[in-house]
Design a protein around this ligand. Structure first.
Ligand code: IMP
Ligand code: MG
Length: 186
């Protein structure tokens, strides 16, 4: 267990400046792709993507509608997915026929991304659904979800457990402006 007041165990993976630089690049790409779309809906996945979503929409510079969805997949004190994903708080408006950009902190096993794609496509009948992820950990993908890939991704990383810039370790460290990693005993 990490001591939440002791940040010395955290090694910096990406500095605040590196993150902002990469978000600018990704935002330009996204803005180009969506320049002819009138009513883009950006859906941030709570809590992990709250900072990324805020910085991304500012950098995109497109008129968008912003919504958030809260899901559950990890238990509070675990770094392993429970394997199940569900929407725990949902107050999304009618999205029938709308273009949706889902903003995720990290695609790990891919279960959350799969749930979101199915949810927006099938349940909410979106016109299009794409995923923008701050991080992708393809080496962790569940066997049956190997085809899941974010449409936009800031950084592809190896099997690190990361925290900061919205990402948590047992609900801690989300406030860090950088992304760090810790060695977790396995
Ligand atoms: P997935 O459903 O297994 O792809 O997991 C997605 C969710 O797990 C993310 O939205 C994160 O909340 C959490 N997660 C996965 N890897 C990490 C990590 O390295 N640090 C913090 N949270 C993580
Ligand atoms: Mg989490």
């Amino acid at each position: 267990m990490l001591n939440v007041k002791d940040r010395s165990a955290i090694k910096v993976l990406y500095s605040a400046e590196q993150i902002q630089q990469r978000i600018q690049e990704l935002a330009q790409q996204i803005s180009r792709d969506y320049k002819d779309v009138d009513d883009l809906v950006v859906v941030g996945v709570l809590k992990g993507a709250f900072m990324f979503a805020a910085d991304l929409v500012r950098a995109m510079g497109l008129p968008v509608q912003i919504e958030f969805i809260k899901l559950s997949s990890y238990n509070n004190d675990e770094t392993e997915s429970s394997g199940k994903v569900k929407a725990v708080d949902l107050s999304l408006p009618e999205l029938k026929g709308r273009d949706v950009l889902v903003v995720e902190d990290i695609v790990d096993s891919g279960r959350t991304a799969k749930f979101l794609l199915d949810f927006f496509n099938e349940h909410l009948s979106a016109k299009s659904v794409k995923i923008a992820a701050l991080f992708d950990k393809p080496c962790r993908r569940a066997e049956e979800l190997e085809y899941i890939k974010p449409d936009y991704c800031c950084f592809t990383i190896d099997d690190y457990f990361i925290l900061g810039y919205g990402l948590d370790y047992s609900q801690h460290f989300r406030e860090l402006p950088y992304v760090g990693y810790v060695e977790l005993a396995s």
